[in-house]
Design a protein around this ligand. Structure first.
Ligand code: NAI
Length: 346
């Protein structure tokens, strides 16, 4: 039986993996995968990791040295993996889609909560405070939302916004003809949107795409929603924009320094991250701990696809969900897979 070292395990992960797994011996570790925890995979055939595991070149070399052949990510994003360092050494598999609805619906939940101040209203009524002062929101109907990235999640978010009667602007280097949105250049989207939602991946090009310069181009009072990756936004400059009221609210499911913080309970210790502390202290910021994916349907799909990816790998079958640095370079992707008749990146 093949053995899997499963990192960053939470109780909700185990439910579906235990239910669907019949073929592997899985060792669940609570700790995250890092170079200094890779040793836990000694004697294992595969490692399974999540969004905040750090799969840099040191971790990759260590896993390979221990005989691990494949790393299966139980997530879509792979910005935490040095895919160039992995090429030719360690196959990297992922779950490209498990429920775009889960994340898009969470993005809308953040927007609705922020706008209608449900977080404040909940606190008030629990204290028998039935005052409405300070709870005024605005109609979403008729407002303009700018959606950056119209892939799997972005297109669902566009549909949800259309359902609310909003005008939808979109920006994506690969516009889709069947999406009911007006594609524009990024500056027009910045100038014209009442709400801006990020649904693009984190890459060198998108790192800090919302920074001081970008905030200066936005409508006064814009609301920012980010369920993609924290480093799409310069958090310190977001604070400035919240302070000068350029941004009237931010709904964040991700934070650029989340790696050692999110998914853990720090309620009885001091978290030494001043930017995070200031963001959380703002009444017009809602921060959730990277939970956009957290629905029953998504968890089941994540477990099913991760196990299927591993089955394909160990059966020598083509790897539909493999990622590599060549695959990330547009047309090179096809060349990369076509060059190999096994349907694998190397
Ligand atoms: P996708 O790959 O289907 O779509 C991404 C879209 O972004 C593509 O259409 C792409 O062309 C576009 N894009 C790339 N560079 C861009 C740029 N510079 N400007 C505008 N658009 C650009 O990805 P999917 O499944 O829609 O996921 C989007 C992101 O959501 C992921 O990269 C991941 O970071 C995040 N995510 C967050 C989760 C959470 O729990 N909060 C769960 C799953 C994904």
């Amino acid at each position: 039986m093949k053995r899997i070292a499963f990192y960053d395990t939470k109780p909700y992960d185990k439910i579906w993996f235990d239910k669907l797994n019949t073929r592997y011996e899985i060792e669940y570790y609570e700790g995250k995968l890092r170079e200094n925890t890779a040793q836990l995979a000694a004697g294992f055939d595969a490692a399974v990791a999540f969004v905040n595991d750090v799969v840099d070149s040191g971790t990759i070399d260590k896993l390979c040295e221990l005989g691990v052949q494949v790393l299966a990510l139980r997530c879509a994003g792979f910005n935490n993996v040095d895919v160039k360092a992995a090429y030719g050494k360690l196959h990297i598999l992922r779950v490209p889609a498990y429920s775009p609805y889960a994340v898009a619906e969470h993005a809308m939940a953040l927007l609705l909560t922020l706008n209608r101040k449900i977080h404040k209203a909940y606190g008030r009524t629990r204290e028998f405070n039935f005052s409405l002062t300070g709870l005024t929101g605005f109609d979403l109907h008729g407002k303009t939302v700018g959606v950056i990235g119209t892939g799997r999640i972005g297109r669902v978010f566009v549909d949800i916004c259309r359902g609310f009667g909003m005008r939808v602007l979109a920006h994506d280097p690969y516009p889709a003809a069947d999406i009911p949105a007006e594609y524009t250049d990024i500056d027009t989207l910045f100038h014209s949107s009442d709400i801006i939602a990020l649904h693009c991946p984190l890459t060198e090009q998108t790192h800090h795409m919302l920074d001081r310069q970008a905030f200066r181009k936005m409508k006064k009072g814009v609301v920012i929603i980010n369920t993609s990756r924290g480093a799409l936004i310069d958090s310190a400059e977001l604070l400035e924009a919240l302070n000068d009221e350029t941004v009237s609210g931010a709904g964040l499911d991700v934070y650029e320094e989340e790696y050692d913080i999110f998914y853990e309970d720090f309620s009885s210790v001091i978290v030494r991250d001043d930017v995070l502390s200031l963001l959380i202290s703002r009444p017009n910021v809602i921060l959730t701990s990277h939970q956009g994916f957290l629905t029953r349907e998504a968890l089941e799909n994540i477990a099913r696809t991760t196990l299927q990816n591993l089955d394909d790998f160990f059966a020598g079958a083509p790897l539909a969900n493999e990622v590599c640095y060549l695959c990330m370079q547009g047309s090179e992707a096809a060349a990369c897979r076509r060059a190999n008749e096994k349907g694998r990146c190397f």
